[in-house]
Design a protein around this ligand. Structure first.
Ligand code: GFB
Length: 311
């Protein structure tokens, strides 16, 4: 991408889109098209077509999505599949019609089967049943990957797909009902410390294993792939290391400085037992992550606690 290339970041206010925008600005890019959801409803096909005809972006990062943690995925099952299918279908088709030079679609590690061998290689997609709690979301993301590949095969579009692992970083969602585990635990431990509570409740058994990547690393990897990867299929983006939810809770407890105990609420779902990405494809292309989990957690806790001095 030339430094003056016209770049549309769909979802620029979200955690992923804002990280891509930050990284591109830092690298010297200046020509962005940014629309929030009240200016452009990506589920509205007519609005998306009109926008692409008028703006004619050269490059597209498709980071707009309805996302959330295990409870949000399981509760808003219709919204998760409908909104994501509509947004990605509209944007990908409009990108094809208006001759976008390259598009990068963000999937998710939940596209892999619930009991996939670990670590999960790209070719494991569609080899087994999905985890129930996020099946609608996963199906929508698999459809996005297949859209990119189909437009490449039939029309020669340079549309690529990346599968990030569980992400965290600036502009994350800290709403306890809808958020992912990492921001939820930061908030729970922080508020428990401020309120001198004796314990923090962690959902599930604590046994599931998850891999976490700071979103600034994801943004760097995506810009690297936007410049160098031009093939069908998907590319995993992760750290290649995972920990149990119990270990994550202990680490956050230490970083926050909470001195009480941890309790587990077994009535809440565990979800997939393990979700560790095999990142050898990305490593062989020449990219590895930089920000360790401990360092990344310190960064996000510094940001969060500076904004939440009182409960
Ligand atoms: O991050 P999370 O909501 O989503 O939950 P998934 C990960 C694990 O942390 C689960 C446990 O085993 C949760 O039960 N957990 C413990 C908690 N305490 C909490 C808490 O306070 N809040 C939350 N949210 N979890 C999502 C998918 O799966 O991950 C999406 O539903 C997507 O589709 C996303 O793939 C990256 O990792 O289980």
């Amino acid at each position: 991408m030339d430094l003056n290339a016209k770049i549309y970041i769909a979802g620029h206010r979200g955690m992923v889109g804002s990280a891509v925008n930050r990284f591109l600005k830092k690298t010297g890019y200046t020509n962005f098209i940014l629309k929030n959801s009240s200016e452009l409803d990506l589920t509205n096909q007519h609005a998306v077509n009109t926008f692409f005809e008028a703006e004619k972006p050269e490059y597209v990062f498709l980071a707009a999505a309805r996302v959330g943690g295990i409870m949000a995925n399981n509760t808003y099952r219709a919204d998760f599949i409908y909104e994501n299918l509509m947004m990605e279908s509209n944007v990908i088709h409009a990108a094809y019609k208006e001759g976008v030079k390259k598009l990068l679609f963000f999937g998710s590690s939940c596209i892999y089967p619930k009991f996939a061998p670990q670590p999960m290689k790209e070719e494991y997609m569609l080899t087994g049943l999905l985890e129930h709690t996020n099946e609608p979301y996963a199906i929508s993301k698999i459809a996005g990957i297949k859209l990119c590949d189909a437009y490449r095969a039939q029309y020669g579009c340079n549309f690529i797909s990346v599968m990030p692992t569980n992400l965290y970083g600036p502009n994350d969602n800290y709403d306890l009902q809808n958020a992912h585990v990492l921001p939820s635990l930061i908030r729970k431990f922080h508020e428990a410390k401020l309120n001198n509570e004796s314990s923090v409740t962690v959902w599930g058994t604590g046994a599931p294993r998850r891999e976490f990547l700071h979103v600034d690393d994801l943004a760097e990897a995506c810009c690297f792939l936007m410049g160098s990867y031009n093939e069908e299929g998907l590319v995993n983006i992760g750290a290649g290391e995972d920990i149990t939810i119990s270990e994550l809770a202990l680490l956050i407890k230490e970083i926050v400085g909470f001195e009480g105990t941890i309790e587990f609420d077994h009535s809440k779902p565990d979800g997939t037992p393990r979700k560790l990405l095999d990142v050898s494809k990305l490593t062989s292309l020449g990219w590895t992550y930089n920000i360790s989990l401990r360092e990344g957690l310190k960064r996000v806790y510094d940001e969060y606690s500076a904004q939440h001095l009182v409960n």
